[in-house]
Ligand binder design. Structure first.
Ligand code: DAH
Length: 365
């Protein structure tokens, strides 16, 4: 057998035996690479006589082409085999459920949910939302609300005060949402707005108090109506309708007890009837009472302090703890856990962010 034929048989054999693309590449380099066997043969052509070169050259080139073709044919076979092996080993179960994204796994805090619920209910009654800053002046938090300087009612509020500023003014963290009443009435006057005031003011409030039922930061919602004829009958209707809608019950029984707030006269606290059977609070049944809010007719001094003539205008207001009504509605037992930022708590008590509460679609379903 000539050397060329031997080389051909050996190389084609090696190609046929190559088990994968890497082995095949090794065979290619050994034959056709710079230092490969066929390349070495081609390099000898230069030293041959013209006759020899013609016959040998043609034979070597035929060998080179044969090997080239065998390499690409084998390569195609190996490629397909590799692909088939991958297809067999990598499986995709298209019947598996789709992995949930953030809008499905994230949860809204019950406080945010309850604020959305309150807003839906009161917006339906024609209220707008008013807001004020958490850092408030003593004047708006107390004085304009008829807490004169030195009045003992200020002591009821366990206020967080800031150090006095350059002008000697001592700012504070608002102890209730009632200063938003002041801001709303003053803005109404300043902007010469027509018509009645009808707002709710949800927001954060602060008092230096901490135990199982108190946290230094908590939430309130304030309601305020001022016009020429607002009276307690309207207030009772609004609160009753609110409680029915919020607690999602057909009937509520409410009890108005005389109370004291400097900014209302008369002042009342409101209880709703409930049962506490088995430690669970249920509204619309039972013989127990549960206090949920304070309210009253806006004090003439407050109207006057905010630019309204109390002989011409009157109004009523109420203030309610959002955290408390959230706990009551959703059976949350520990107030402090609300603000610990524990994601396990949130995934248990939280709400789907895209289930926006509406009166038509349901508040909490
Ligand atoms: N601001 C009161 C508080 O924090 C709650 C309150 C009571 C607000 C009566 C009112 C009201 O607007 O009329 O204790």
């Amino acid at each position: 057998m000539s050397d060329l034929l031997k080389l051909e048989t050996e190389t084609l054999d090696a190609i046929a035996r190559a088990g994968d693309e890497a082995a095949l590449e090794a065979v290619r380099v050994a034959a056709l690479g710079k230092k490969g066997t066929i390349s070495a043969l081609l390099a000898t052509l230069g030293k041959m006589s013209p006759d020899e070169r013609r016959t040998q050259g043609a034979a070597i080139n035929v060998l080179k082409d044969k090997v080239g073709e065998a390499l690409s044919a084998r390569k195609a076979v190996l490629k397909e085999a590799a692909l088939n092996a991958r297809l067999a080993s990598e499986t995709l179960d298209v019947t598996l459920p789709v992995r949930e994204n953030g809008t499905e796994t994230g949860r809204l805090h019950p406080i945010s949910q309850v604020v959305d619920e309150l807003t839906a209910i009161f917006a339906d009654m024609g209220f707008s939302i008013a807001e004020g800053p958490d850092i408030e002046s003593d004047d708006y938090n107390f004085t304009k609300l008829n807490f004169p300087p030195g009045h003992p009612a200020r002591e009821m509020h366990d206020t967080f005060f800031f150090a006095p500023d350059a002008a000697g003014e001592r700012k504070l963290l608002r102890t209730h949402t009632s200063p938003v009443q002041v801001r709303t009435m003053l803005a109404h006057q300043r902007n010469k707005e027509e018509g009645p005031i009808r707002v709710i003011c949800p927001g954060r409030t602060y008092r230096c108090d901490s135990d199982q039922t108190h946290t230094p930061m908590f939430h309130q919602v304030e309601g305020l109506i001022v016009d020429r004829s607002a009276h307690l009958g309207h207030l009772k209707w609004i609160l009753e309708e609110f409680c029915k809608a919020f607690f999602e019950i057909d009937n509520v029984k409410m009890r108005f007890r005389p109370s004291f707030f400097p900014f209302t006269e008369p002042s009342m606290e409101v209880d709703i009837q409930c049962s506490r059977k088995g430690g669970e609070i249920r509204f619309g049944e039972g013989t127990d009472w549960l206090e949920i809010l304070g309210c009253g007719m806006v004090h003439p001094n407050v109207l006057r302090n905010c630019g309204f003539d109390p002989d011409e205008y009157q109004g009523f207001a109420w203030g309610m703890g959002i955290d408390r009504i959230a706990m009551l509605k959703y059976g949350i037992s520990d107030l402090r856990a609300m603000f610990e930022g524990d994601v396990r708590w949130l995934s248990h008590y939280g709400f789907k962010p895209l289930d926006v509460p509406t009166l038509a679609g349901g508040l909490s379903s």
